[in-house]
Design a protein around this ligand. Sequence first.
Ligand code: HPA
Length: 247
Amino acid sequence: MATEDMVGLVLGSGLGPLADRLEEVATIPFAEAGLPSSGVPGHDGAFLRGRLAGRRVLVMRGRVHLYEGHDAATVTAGVRWMHGEGVATLVLTNAAGGLVPERPPGSWMMIRDHLNLTGTSPLEGGARFVDLSEVYDRGLRAAIHAAAGRRGVELPEGVYAGLRGPQYETPAEVRMLRTLGADAVGMSTVLEAIQAKALGMRVAGLSCLTNWAAGMEGATLDHDEVMERGRRAADEMVGVLEEWLGG
Ligand code: HPA
């Protein structure tokens, strides 16, 4: 990665421990950046400036969701704020339901592409016809893959389907998503990725598969369990991101 790049990291459900590894931290509550504070447990909203593996990073701990009743512009306000602060490379993390039987809960997926099934866009009324043929930057993906390889962390690529929520999916919806080519499903990330791409940022997305999606064998859908799985898997991803940033 380019030396002067400031890296932005958006932390999903249960991935807060990533923030504990930051050094020289300054905290900026969401309200100070003009964002509503998130009311979801595990999403206490603040930006954290600091260093990870010696690099300057800006972490968005927690995010704003459509399912809290916010619109697409509000959900993506943090991305625009980070861009204004000088973030050129953005890594979006999330907790997601897995749609691939071979990828068990607790494993990670690198987002290669997404399905925006939220029915909305942060670009409504703004930039038109933005090219989304490569939202998730090929070079950035390769660099994070290399770091994961050095750490012995498996990071298969896949397609993330972003839905509005707040309810989990029905088994019929899960079958539909698999038919559509999705490998993971969640309630965030896609709008942020679209906004970041429209601003010219390099974007990567990492899904922590915290559970199998509804109707799949072994599926258990419980927010506390999702958070706990995220917490455990977070350590692994901290290692990969440190390896990438420091490498
Ligand atoms: N579905 C949608 N969002 C999620 C899931 C899921 O199964 N798990 C974590 N976030």
